[in-house]
Design a protein around this ligand. Structure first.
Ligand code: NAD
Length: 249
């Protein structure tokens, strides 16, 4: 592993596809061991095997629904056993259930908060015993541009993603004494299976309005995560990094 990293054992939630997969691939290419956790257990294992053979780094896949506290505890314990500890936690798993707020069902609200906010918190809580004893450590939590800019039809998602910003601020202060940095990323529009569900019109409107004139790619987010996990960012904590091509300044 290069001198650019003082950490070596990362858990990535929601790592079977999309941003999580790109983050896991980037960290494994940098020489870290990685545990990919995803509610899609087969997907997590398949992605882990693919990344491992591509990079030569140890990559493990475990089934884990982050909205289930018991599963989170168990999967983090499995990851720690496989990697001989955890010093890096990437809280990435997320879902959308978009509707104008007067049409949101109880389930739309509860599910999005359970996965995107409580699930991110539970991952931090499950990783904490290892983060506290291993030090130095890195935590990167994935928020969203909409936590800053707002958006129609995403009140549940925006509330959860704004809550993630709160977890970053609080976590940075609580974990600093253990030499663990806690930062967040607010991705803009990034091409993944999540955004593939957008209508053609919404996709084109988002593309043409971006100052850099393109959609973000998963690798754009993975690069930002790699920086925040590297020794270059060892004095950066409690920061929320916008990676959005200038879409919301
Ligand atoms: N793609 C974007 O434009 C964009 C923008 C801003 C923020 N984000 C955030 O980035 C993160 C990743 O998004 P993506 O675009 O890669 O989405 P995606 O839907 O392509 O991938 C999400 C992954 O998370 C997993 N997942 C979903 N619910 C889970 C649960 N309860 N437990 C464990 N795993 C679960 C899915 O199985 C999937 O593998 C999400 O938190 C999302 O809100 C994405």
């Amino acid at each position: 592993m290069s001198d650019r990293y003082s950490v070596s054992k990362a858990v990535v939630t929601g790592g079977a596809q999309g941003l999580g997969e790109a983050i896991a691939l980037r960290l494994a290419s940098e020489g870290l061991s990685v545990a990919v956790l995803d509610r899609n257990a087969d997907g997590a294992r398949a992605t882990a095997d693919r990344i491992s053979s591509q990079t030569g780094s140890p990559v493990f896949g475990f089934g884990c629904d982050v909205s289930d506290r018991g599963q989170v505890k168990e999967a983090f314990a499995q990851a720690a056993e496989a990697m001989d500890g955890i010093d890096t936690y990437i809280g990435n798993a997320g879902i959308t259930r978009d509707r104008m707020f007067h049409k949101l069902t109880d389930d739309d609200w509860d599910q999005v908060i359970a996965v995107n906010l409580t699930g991110v918190f539970e991952g931090l809580r499950a990783a904490a015993p290892w983060l506290r004893t291993e030090g130095p450590g890195r935590v990167v939590l994935i928020s969203s541009i909409v936590a800053k800019a707002g958006n129609l039809g995403q009140m549940n998602y925006i509330a959860a993603k704004a809550g993630v910003v709160g977890l970053v601020r609080a976590g940075a202060l609580e974990l600093a004494r253990f030499n663990v940095t806690v930062n967040g990323i607010r991705p803009g529009f990034i091409e993944t299976p999540m955004t593939a569900a957008m209508t053609k019109e919404a996709y084109e409107a988002t593309m043409t309005s971006n100052p850099l004139g393109r959609a973000g790619q998963p690798e754009d987010i993975a690069g930002a995560v790699a920086y925040l996990c590297s020794t270059d960012a060892s004095f950066v904590t409690g920061h929320i990094l916008d990676v959005n091509g200038g879409m919301a300044l």
